[in-house]
Structures are given as C-alpha cells and as structure tokens.
Write a protein that binds this ligand. Structure first.
Ligand SMILES: Nc1ncnc2c1ncn2[C@@H]1O[C@H](COP(=O)(O)OP(=O)(O)OP(=O)(O)O)[C@@H](O)[C@H]1O
Ligand SMILES: [Mg+2]
Length: 371
C-alpha cells in the first residue's frame, strides 16, 4: 500500500519561484500522470516526491508518514529518468541486478528478482546481451527492470519514452499500462505529451506555471475542462475557440453570435454572467459535422489530411483565424474549398474572458437559433 499526499508545497530556487501551493492526493495503486508544458514544474515536483529536491515549504506524506525531510532511500520510491544511463560494459542481467549488488543481496535471491523482472518485461532471452545490442524500447525496459527489482512502493517516471520513436512510444505505452496492472503499484508519470496522459492515466494532473490547473480522470478533463488552458491542452487536434459578441443571457440560456452571423444557444448551469459579457465558445474538431445548411459555420479549408478512417481539415473561419475539423473519411473536400459546419450546442464549451470555463453545457435538446 502506498498513498502519496502533497500538502501546500511551495518551491523556489533562489529568487525563482517554481511551484505554488501544490495540494494533491494520490491513491494506492493509482496511475497518475503529471502533464503540462515545458518548464511548468513537473520534474521539480517529481524530484520533491522522490526526495532528490527539498521543498521550500509544505509536506510530502507517503503512507501517512511525513517524509518531507527524509532522504530518498527512506521513501521506498524508485525513479526512472528520460535518459536511462545503462552500463554499456555490463550485461542486461547485471544492469538490472545493479541496485541489488549495491545492497549486497545474496546471489540466489538476486537471481530470483532479476528473473522475475525480466519475465514481466519480456527480457528473459536478452539477459546476456549488452545494452548496445538492444533496441531503444528494450533498453528502456532494462532501465525499468532496474527499478522493479528494488520493489519500490511508488514508481516515478520522468518522460521515460521521449527518446523513442513514435511507434516504439506507442508500444511502450501499452507495456507500461500492463506493467502497472501486473505490479499493482502506485505510479507517477511525467510527460508533456497529452496523448500519453490520456491513454495511461487513472488520474491526470495538469500543471501550468507551477500551479495545478485541474485534476481529473482523462474523460473528465476531456469533457469538462475547467479552463481554456486545459481545454486546449487535452485533446488532439486541439479544441477550436471562437470569440463571440452580443451575449444575451435569459433564463439560464445564453445566446451568442459566433462568427459569420451564426448564433448558438447554450444551456448554462451556473448563472455567473450577464448579457454583454465577452465569452469564448470552444468546440472540438471531432465534434463538428459538415452540413448543407447555408447558415452553418463557414470554413475555408486550406489543408486536407487523410488519416484513413478520418480526414482532418485545417483552415480558417471568418474573423477567428485557425480552425480544424475532423470528419469521416468519405467527406470529399479539397484544399481551397469553402464548407459549412454544424455547431452542436450540446458539444460546445464556453469560457470567460479570464479563461475560466463558464458553464457546464447540459442536455441535447437544444435547438440552434438562427439570427
Ligand atoms: N536547479 C534549478 N535552479 C534554478 N531553477 C530551476 C532548477 N531546476 C528547475 N528550475 C526551473 O524551474 C522551472 C521548472 O522546471 P522543471 O524542470 O520542473 O520543468 P518541467 O515541467 O519538468 O519541464 P520539461 O517539460 O521541459 O522537462 C523551470 O523554469 C526551471 O528553469
Ligand atoms: Mg522535466
């Protein structure tokens, strides 16, 4: 059992403040992913949990024990880094066994642990190889093996796949998900790749400029982003945003013009706004449909990407610039063409001027109101 609790964590390096009031609870056996843009503090937070970095203030609690001042070895944690330094002159077996040799484990017990890790990672037939004779993915697995043999309570991974090519990254994502199911250990995984976060996490923590922007399951963040930043960060291709004018709020209904004389009406749960406020409407590319309705949103298509099952259209809508739509592959659209898109209000998100999500959009029984 290993729970991790972070309480009011602040971190500065000299004058540079890096983390601000981080509060987070990680459950036993949970797979948690820290995601966010470069420099937002992911590695620093991971190093604080591991004990490689001290907090400026706040507490790190592992299994209800305050370990804020405990050295790394006393925390029962193992960390796998982006640059996995394997010993080139040692065999795979000895690379995996390394921490156990340091701990002076008896040969028989050591062998058992290495074989078990090698089985889990499917490296059994590579134990006599040297790192130079392995593929990138196999080398990464050796590095993970070296972590596994230590039986940590918590695994920390800092961008372990970023040195691998796209296909291998995909394979390793699946391997890591399996590893988590087999080991049933708490794992904290850092990445700036939202696809890794979406596919592997039980819980995603979105960091931005040293603060936690939102915590939730992948689907929570996808369907109910609480800020425009999260909305734009989670999901590929990115959510489209349309500035709107003439907001009218009446009886929990917000009606607003998006570009091109279209208006949408959204049901709002919380009445936090009033007529005349500036609101931005967000719509995911995959939530759009092509329509023959002349009042649909007008998009000028510039680039057409055929992915097989779907086609991705990049272009612009009047006034708002870049726009993207993901449509079924049988849609016949050429670069340079103008198309009309249907905006389903039930799939729209709305954001205040300061980036906070304004409303939860509920219900599908909305009709698009034409001007
Ligand atoms: N030892 C240090 N001294 C001073 N500043 C540091 C130190 N380590 C990190 N920082 C600063 O803290 C901020 C967060 O760094 P961190 O490495 O945690 O970012 P990250 O989210 O892991 O980014 P990336 O995705 O690029 O790895 C950065 O602005 C960085 O310059
Ligand atoms: Mg980092």
């Amino acid at each position: 059992m290993a729970t991790v609790k972070l309480e009011n964590i602040y971190k500065s390096f000299g004058e540079t403040e890096v983390l601000f009031d981080i509060n987070l609870e990680i459950d036993d056996k949970e797979f948690v992913v820290f995601v966010g843009p470069s420099g937002c503090g992911k590695t620093t937070l991971l190093r604080i949990i591991s004990g490689l970095e001290e907090v400026t203030s706040g507490k790190v609690v592992i299994d209800d024990k305050d370990v804020s001042n405990a050295p790394p070895v006393e925390r029962g944690i193992s960390m796998v880094f982006q640059s996995y330094a394997l010993y080139p002159h040692l065999s795979v077996f000895e690379n995996i066994a390394f921490p156990l040799r340091v701990a002076k484990l008896k040969e028989k017990e050591l062998e058992e642990k290495v074989f078990k890790a090698a089985d889990i990672l499917q490296l059994r037939d590579r134990l006599d190889f040297k790192p130079g004779q392995l593929s990138g993915g196999q080398r990464q697995r050796v590095a993970i093996g070296r972590s596994i043999v230590r039986d940590p309570k918590v695994f920390l991974f800092d961008e372990p796949l970023s040195n691998l090519d796209a296909a291998l990254r995909g394979d390793m994502r699946v391997e890591l998900a399996k590893l988590h199911q087999n080991l049933k250990t708490t794992m904290i995984y850092v990445t700036h790749d939202q696809i890794e976060a979406m596919t592997m996490a039980d819980k995603i923590v979105v960091l931005r400029d040293g603060i936690i922007e939102q915590v939730g399951s992948p689907m929570d963040l996808y369907h109910h982003p609480m800020t425009k930043f999260v909305a734009g960060f989670i999901g590929q291709p990115k959510m489209n945003f349309l500035k709107t004018t003439n907001v009218i709020v009446q009886n929990k209904k917000l009606t607003t013009n998006v570009t091109d004389s279209n208006s949408v009406t959204l049901v709002v749960e919380v009445e936090e706004t009033k007529s005349g406020d500036v609101v931005e409407i967000g719509i995911r590319p995959e939530d759009l449909e092509i329509t023959s309705d002349k009042k649909g949103l007008l998009m000028n298509v510039e680039v057409v990407e055929h992915l097989g099952a779907t086609v991705i259209l990049y272009g612009s809508v009047q006034e708002d610039g870049d726009f993207c739509a993901v449509l079924p592959s049988d849609v016949d659209v050429k670069p340079g063409q103008d198309i009309r898109l249907k905006l389903d209000p039930a799939k729209c998100h709305a954001f205040k001027e300061n980036g906070q999500a304004l409303y939860r959009i509920v219900g599908n029984d909305l009709t698009k109101e034409q001007p």
